[in-house]
Design a protein around this ligand. Structure first.
Ligand code: HEM
Length: 511
């Protein structure tokens, strides 16, 4: 931006037909924009020729200026812009907006340089490629584009979603920022937390969450190596999509109550799967379904390919249909016996051990959201003027923000502690020892999210109830955190699971 203009020159453009204004020491010509302005023409005519910085930031997010940068004529002579202008990949400078380990002055026992490199690359990738599509799809409710899936496949962002493992060995991850063999659960956490930042909760699940929670089960439990490799290659290359189909209209968290059946054919070569599934994330566009069902030997899990015997219908929930939440009917879907995950009758173990990574991932997401909301509240309460003063000058607002910060920080600390345990345990040890702590963390994190959403909405007032604009993130969080509280096991079920796991380990201790 080379043009330099004086405040006197700006002041001359002060009629309805000729509107210039100054925002953050930059000059904008709004003359041709006036009819397109969502806030109407009158308000713009009122500020023609003046500095409207305060009025602007009282009503708009900074990103509005980034989007309409073409309206900017130049800078005010001798003045410099003061408002932070974040670029793709940047860390936020707002206190508590980033986890402590990302602050240059803070030390952490958990993270090394490869974590830092991955965070940087993931932030840039997300800002540039995921966020724009996430916002668009969240609003129009359509599903993720093949173009974005391909980009995530090429860079191995898709593969990272499964967590550490052989599927990452030898892979070029985001241009080589981390060696697949070094990839651990902190890398995994970073990927998940960065992908939550676009603040589009429906799209966040629409962005291959189904794959992230089902291909993990295939990795661990599908015995047929050839089939496992084929499915893994198809899905991680983005050619095929998959989802986890456990819950039913008949049974939610009560997994044992499911009614979908799988009957062996007379020749013993196939199962015929019949029944329904409900609230299945990504089901609409999935080619494979990891299905919990009942066989003659009990609760079992099968990998069911899409066929004419599989019917999928979109369910509208309170977040965007971009998540592809689905009602599924299987009508004698024919599945080879080699598609069994684990042994027949071992389904409970398959589902329960697979839940650990899913729940832990959800904790990472919702905790990152809390932090985003803290950032929104800190920014808003500094820029919003009420009773002639910034909102932050009200002690009651500072009390709310103090609590929100504490909840975000304490949850992140617990998450990191559990993640460290995961790094030092086998899959089997995690299943045995961490299902309780992970369940308790998820239950606790979403209870805290409830408090954060509640306080943030009160801070934002009407804007906290309005989609888009200033309250965009807070409104979405208030509407969206419940998905974390329900999906993958409700708060109550998980709290109970956590205590029951502890009961199993109780010694014969007496007071
Ligand atoms: C570069 C200059 C401006 C641009 C590009 C712009 C753009 C927008 C946009 C996109 C919205 C929709 C809400 C949102 O997405 O945030 C909006 C709303 C609005 N704008 Fe502007 N605007 C500008 C300047 C101003 C100024 C200087 C004023 C008044 C002093 C103003 C008053 C309003 C009002 C009252 C609304 C409705 C806010 C609400 O519903 O809460 N705008 N503007």
């Amino acid at each position: 931006m080379s043009v330099s203009l004086t405040r006197e020159e700006v002041a001359k453009h002060n009629t309805e037909e000729d509107i210039w204004t100054i925002i953050d020491h930059k000059v904008y010509d709004l003359s041709d924009f006036i009819d397109a302005h969502p806030g109407g023409s009158v308000v713009l005519a009122q500020i023609a020729g003046t500095d409207s910085t305060e009025a602007f930031y009282n009503l708009h997010r900074h990103e509005v200026l980034q989007k309409y940068s073409s309206l900017c004529l130049g800078e005010v002579e001798g003045e410099k812009s003061e408002i932070a202008d974040p670029q793709p990949g940047d860390l936020s400078e707002v206190p508590y907006a980033e986890p402590l380990w990302l602050k240059p002055e803070s030390a952490s026992p958990y993270y090394n340089d490869s974590h830092r490199r991955l965070q940087k690359a993931m932030r840039k990738f997300t800002d540039e490629h995921v966020t724009p599509e996430a916002r668009e799809k969240e609003d129009d409710g359509t599903f993720i584009s093949q173009e974005l899936i391909d980009k995530m496949a090429e860079t191995n962002v898709l593969a990272m979603r499964l967590g550490p493992g052989k599927h990452l060995h030898g892979k070029n991850i985001l241009g080589g920022v981390v060696d697949g063999k070094e990839f651990d659960y902190f890398h995994d956490m970073i990927v998940g937390q960065e992908l939550a930042r676009p603040a589009a909760r429906g799209f966040q699940d629409g962005n291959m969450a189904g794959m992230a929670i089902s291909l993990t089960a295939v990795q661990q439990w599908l015995w047929d190596e050839e089939l496992k490799q084929k499915v893994t290659d198809e899905v991680l290359s983005g050619k095929k999509k998959m989802c986890l189909a456990v819950t039913e209209a008949f049974a939610g968290s009560d997994v044992a109550g499911i009614r979908t059946t799988a009957e062996l054919t007379e020749d013993g070569q196939h199962f015929l799967v019949s029944g329904t599934k409900k609230w299945i994330t990504n089901g609409m566009f999935s080619d494979y379904f990891v299905v919990a069902c009942k066989t003659a030997k009990g609760f079992s899990v099968l990998l069911v390919p899409r066929s004419e015997a599989v019917e999928t219908k979109l369910i509208k929930t309170s977040y965007s249909t971009a998540a592809g939440t689905t009602y599924i009917q299987f009508d004698k879907a024919k599945v080879p016996v080699k598609n069994l995950l684990g042994r027949e009758g071992q389904g409970f173990e398959v589902v329960m051990s697979n839940f650990n990574h899913e729940r832990w991932m959800m904790c990472g997401g919702v905790i990152r959201w809390m932090r985003l909301v803290v950032e929104e509240c800190l920014k808003w309460s500094h820029q919003r003027i009420v009773f002639g003063k910034p909102l932050i000058s009200q002690p009651v607002i500072r009390q709310k923000i103090a609590r929100m910060i504490s909840l975000a920080e304490s949850n992140q600390a617990w998450l990191e502690q559990i993640t460290h345990q995961m790094n030092n345990m086998t899959y089997a040890q995690q299943s045995k020892l961490l299902s309780g702590p992970i369940a308790l963390l998820k239950s606790h994190a979403t209870r805290c999210a409830h408090d954060v959403a509640d306080d943030a909405t009160n801070i934002f007032g009407g804007r906290g109830l309005t989609r888009g604009g200033m309250g965009r993130v807070v409104e979405m969080f208030h509407r969206g955190y419940k998905f974390d509280a329900i999906l993958g096991g409700t708060e109550e079920i998980l709290a109970d699971l956590g205590v029951r796991q502890a009961m199993k380990q109780m010694p014969k201790a007496r007071l």
